[in-house]
Design a protein around this ligand. Sequence first.
Ligand SMILES: Nc1ncnc2c1ncn2[C@@H]1O[C@H](COP(=O)(O)OP(=O)(O)O)[C@@H](O)[C@H]1O
Ligand SMILES: [Mg+2]
Length: 258
Amino acid sequence: MSYSRNKGLEINSLTVEYQEGHLALEQMDLCLPEHSIYTMIGPSGCGKSTLLRAIAGLVQSYTGEIKFNDQSLRKQGTALIGLVPQNYGLLPWKTVHSNIRMAMRISDSGRHTKGQQEQQITSWLTAMGIADLAQRYPLSLSGGQQQRVAIARAFAILPEIMLLDEPFSALDAITREEIQTIFLENWISHPTTTLFVTHDVEEAILLGEKIVVMPSNKEEPPVIIDNPVFQISHEDKRDSDEFFAQTKRIRKVMQEKW
Ligand SMILES: Nc1ncnc2c1ncn2[C@@H]1O[C@H](COP(=O)(O)OP(=O)(O)O)[C@@H](O)[C@H]1O
Ligand SMILES: [Mg+2]
């Protein structure tokens, strides 16, 4: 399947000031073409979470513009956005199934019947390998399982923009690799415009078509790095020469900019 690439997500001169005199983001510019996936790394406090929250509409007092296919995201409902926040964002008093069901009900606005939605929930839980957990409550699950629920929920609402904030950071190395693979397979079959924040250089290289490196100096623009590793089949990426070269390249940029 080939997708047309509209302008996608455009961030123009975005400035966020939570407290007077403390800029969380300063005049930031960034563009993600529609149906692309960019990973972002940056030092703690450089404004990555703030950026995702501003795009998602959770931070509204900003200056500058955030647009999706030329429409301002300031207006609620311009684009359907799936956010996987740092702490999973699941409701502890709802089962896994109800957590997803609720997100779908809010986002679907009558496009699908209840039966179709149920089918979708089952298919996403199955894709994430957690179909047997549907009736469990989030706090009875391991971190890795909660993470899968949060990702299933983000995909299930079929968002136009997906934002992920260090979603795999709580996972052990093996589970992390498993979920990276599942995530990427699902993204390839539903390539929604995606910004994926991670603190892991390898993860940034494994999952991003381009890699955005945020500088510690907020006055400097982000560095956008092409990532040829993305074209390599996933199971071969880690062992490729390109992966090795890219790791070196990114570490060098980090040394200069952090
Ligand atoms: N709710 C908030 N109130 C005040 N300051 C905040 C708030 N959230 C973040 N900040 C500040 O904004 C800056 C950027 O934070 P954040 O976006 O969380 O960075 P990152 O995710 O890159 O670590 C930091 O200096 C942080 O202390
Ligand atoms: Mg953060």
